[in-house]
Design a protein around this ligand. Structure first.
Ligand SMILES: Nc1ncnc2c1ncn2[C@@H]1O[C@H](COP(=O)(O)OP(=O)(O)OP(=O)(O)O)[C@@H](O)[C@H]1O
Ligand SMILES: [Mg+2]
Length: 276
């Protein structure tokens, strides 16, 4: 069963998209076949992963929306193959129209993405891992992502409010667990992004490690301008040639190796938990 990892934090700007793209590149470099699902209406990951003027179709909107309003599409219909430097990393694009999903209060809405991925299991079988770039803020798209996920990786910065941000997402995961009994995304890891050599960053890192112990991955993605430069150039950080890019790449590869090992240790939770 392909692991479906929600890369998330309700706090904005902590590096969810940069981490999704970085881990996608690291996983591909390690030989994995990767599918990125862009669940953010800002579509930042889609902008990086695709070339301008390429027809993207409905993307994730086609999986999330009401079938009467453009949803109900098959996973195979909405996947765009990775091109150029991104060959081997396929994409279900995000789009501004996904913002409509947050106002869709239909009873079936939270389960649609999960159902689409379940029905698309033949397409999913082409991939070793699915990375879902989640939106900030708690809306129905994030909920749908957590309901569909088998695992969650929380991205955080070593800064004030990091603990509260992680705690808030854990509460949301609990709501998902209680509200959709058959769905049990497992908190796989906490990943610290944007490390700095400051006393404040060291303090916040220790605070996270004291609270979450081995859930926190070893190694911190450093703050380097190469991360933003790679995004602007539409390139994987692995393709950038600079000392900063190399420093980030080395850490991302090591973080992916830990995530991969955790996935292998415990197979993803089965879609349906048998009732006892
Ligand atoms: N390790 C890093 N070093 C330097 N810049 C970074 C790093 N990680 C992310 N950034 C930059 O910080 C900005 C915010 O990152 P990103 O878009 O990944 O955050 P996000 O959590 O996805 O934001 P949102 O909540 O809006 O979706 C981007 O310009 C990105 O290039
Ligand atoms: Mg983002």
């Amino acid at each position: 069963m392909t692991a479906i990892i929600a890369i998330s934090n309700q706090k904005g700007g902590v590096g969810k998209t940069a981490t999704t793209l970085g881990l996608a590149a690291a996983a591909r470099a390690a030989g994995a076949r990767v599918l990125v699902i862009d669940l953010d209406p800002q579509a930042n990951a889609t902008d990086v992963l695709t070339l301008p003027d390429v027809e993207l179709g409905d993307g994730a909107f086609g999986l999330l929306a009401d079938p009467k309003h453009g949803g109900g599409q098959a996973l195979s219909e909405v996947i765009v193959a990775g091109a150029g430097e991104w060959v081997g990393v396929d994409l279900v694009p995000g789009s501004r129209s996904m913002a409509e999903v947050d106002t869709d209060t239909g009873a079936t809405q939270p389960l649609r993405l999960r159902k689409a991925l379940g029905q698309g299991r033949d397409s999913l079988a082409h991939y070793d891992v699915v990375l879902m770039d989640c939106p900030p803020s708690l809306g129905r798209v994030l909920l749908a992502g957590l309901v569909a996920a088998t695992h969650v990786v929380i991205v955080t910065e070593p800064a004030g409010h990091a603990l509260q941000g992680v705690g808030r997402l854990e509460e949301t995961m609990t709501e998902v667990r209680d509200g959709f009994e058959q769905s049990t995304p497992r908190l796989l890891a906490l990943l610290i992004n944007r490390g700095k050599r400051t006393a404040e960053a060291a303090f916040r890192e220790q605070e996270l490690r004291d609270s979450y112990g081995p859930l926190v991955l070893d190694g911190i993605v450093p703050e380097r301008t190469a991360v933003a430069d790679a995004a602007s150039a539409g390139l994987p950080i692995h393709a950038m040639k600079s000392p900063g890019a190399s420093a980030v790449t080395v850490v991302l590869d090591a973080l992916w190796a830990q995530i991969d090992a955790r996935l292998r240790e415990a197979a993803p939770t089965p879609a349906a938990t048998p009732s006892s």
